[in-house]
Design a binder for this molecule. Structure first.
Ligand SMILES: [Zn+2]
Length: 255
């Protein structure tokens, strides 16, 4: 698959990106066909596309193994939840490693129900796990409800709030801030800011309109923790959430 061109025509950019730290977001205006040569030691052996495929494999494969420490608990739970909701995820069908414009890390293409992984911007395995988690939350929302991604910006806003809140995007940073600055409200602020940036990355609307949409839905969507049942601030919380989800599943299947 050495930098192989993706044959699909570029669909409408159904979505957005996972902002990394303070990096400015950019739209996924089209899905680029050409692979770019990478840099560094590994790149002399693997293309970006091969590295992306290998990391994705690890993200998804380890998610099937059992026991503490095995795999990424966020991804595990989301894959279980998708299956439980009748939207089982298939690696070859639902993921696509592609080059993207700007600093975009990933996106969810609602028109094809596909998660785009930006092979030129995803830096390492931990980053891959976070991007997959973030996009799976959108896929979960897409599966469980009729989301008007394009016609109602509040629907997009809600899913972005949930993805920022539940994916650990903010929790990692939150921990650092808490440690250094003691900002207790940082998590909520981070979730709100990221949701606004994600919307602006895919919608040609003003910052004020994006802020208004996020503020309108914030309370209910920030408090909607499905399928985690709680805000998974770190992997331990996510592991508990996964255990609870499995137990809840068992309980409901017995009645
Ligand atoms: Zn998003």
């Amino acid at each position: 698959m050495a930098g192989a061109a993706d044959e699909r025509p570029p669909g409408p950019p159904a979505e957005e990106q996972l902002q990394q730290q303070h990096v400015a977001c950019q739209v996924l205006p089209e899905r680029l066909a050409e692979g770019k040569p990478g840099q560094g030691f590994l790149s002399s052996f693997f293309t970006n596309n091969q590295k992306c495929q290998l990391m994705l494999l690890k993200t998804l494969e380890t998610s099937r193994s059992r026991g503490p420490g095995a795999g990424d608990p966020y991804v595990k739970l989301l894959l279980d939840a998708m299956k439980h909701s009748g939207c089982a995820v298939n690696r070859e069908r639902h993921f696509s490693c592609e080059d993207c414009n700007g600093n975009v890390s990933g996106g969810f293409d609602a028109s094809t129900s596909q998660i785009v992984l930006c092979q030129n911007n995803i830096r390492n395995q931990a980053h891959m796990n976070r991007v997959v988690t973030h996009e799976l939350i959108h896929a979960f929302d897409h599966c469980r409800a009729h989301v008007n991604w394009f016609t109602d910006v509040r629907h997009l806003a809600c899913s972005e709030v949930r993805a920022a809140n539940l994916s650990g995007d903010c929790s990692l940073i939150n921990e650092i801030f808490r440690l250094h600055f003691g900002l207790k409200q940082h998590h909520q602020t981070c979730v709100r800011d990221r949701a606004i940036l994600s919307i602006l990355a895919v919608r040609n609307i003003s910052k004020e309109v994006a802020q208004k949409a996020v503020d309108e839905v914030f309370e209910s969507c920030f408090n909607d923790h499905e399928p985690f049942g709680r805000i998974p601030h770190n992997k331990t919380y996510a592991r508990y959430a996964h255990r609870d989800f499995q137990n809840r599943d068992r309980y409901y299947s017995n009645i």
